[in-house]
Design a protein. Structure first.
Length: 238
């Protein structure tokens, strides 16, 4: 599946201008283009998209409501940093949604199953190319393809936001290559189990995958927080 065909890049029809900007900015978060702490100035975003500042403000409010932006009085919006509590909540939702989708995959269409296989192949392609940022984006696309097995547009929409939130958690990982490389082969194993109809084994493999991923991200958050506190303590005593 090429980037142009990737489901993350498709915009639903009949959207308002604000919703179109919202989706585009969310995609940039999912792709790692907008990272935690990035300020979003309404005038600059309006120029970029050729829309009014009021439209941009509406889009930023929508992203704030999705938990992707942080609002500061009289300072506008910036991309959020997520906490360990956020991560635990995200993974609790992932287990229910993704494992549930795998368990329901007997009723999935051939097209949906092919999309899971293609998404796993996408992560493998970017791995071969050594493009670690795109490996991360493609792996999120793989999990979005799993969710689509449930056949629920509401879940698909919810998980689009969840994927963007997940990408924000990657920012605490100091070695993106080491973090991303371990999931590619596991994506392929899960994809093959799903496509072959081995749903129970696929669900078990996915549950283990989510447990390991959650633990590593929380460990990364704790390490980053410890480093920040240590630095601040040294600054105060210097």
């Amino acid at each position: 599946m090429s980037d142009a065909q990737s489901p993350e890049r498709l915009t639903p029809p009949n959207l308002t201008a604000a919703e179109s900007v919202q989706i585009s900015l969310r995609n940039k978060i999912t792709e790692g283009v907008l990272t935690p702490g990035t300020r979003l100035v309404d005038a600059a975003v309006a120029d970029e998209y050729g829309v009014s500042r009021n439209t941009v403000r509406d889009a930023l409010r929508l992203l704030h409501n999705e938990g992707l932006l942080h609002s500061v009085r009289n300072a506008g919006y910036s991309v959020r940093s997520l906490s360990a509590t956020d991560v635990r909540d995200i993974y609790a939702a992932r287990r229910v949604i993704e494992i549930g989708a795998v368990e329901r995959s007997a009723s999935a269409s051939d097209e949906q199953l092919s999309a899971v296989d293609a998404a796993a192949s996408e992560t493998e392609r970017f791995l071969r190319e050594g493009d670690w940022a795109k490996v991360g984006t493609a792996s999120l696309g793989f999990h979005r393809a799993i969710v689509k097995l449930a056949g629920s547009p509401r879940l698909n929409g919810f998980f689009a936001t969840t994927a963007a939130q997940l990408r924000l958690t990657f920012a605490v990982i100091p070695d993106e290559r080491k973090f991303q490389i371990q999931w590619v082969a596991r994506d392929r194993v899960i994809a093959d189990l799903i496509v072959s109809g081995a749903r129970r084994q696929a669900a078990q493999a996915l549950d283990a995958y989510l447990t390991d991923s959650e633990s590593q991200i929380i460990d990364g958050l704790r390490a980053a927080e410890f480093a920040r506190e240590t630095h601040e303590r040294h600054e105060r005593t210097a």
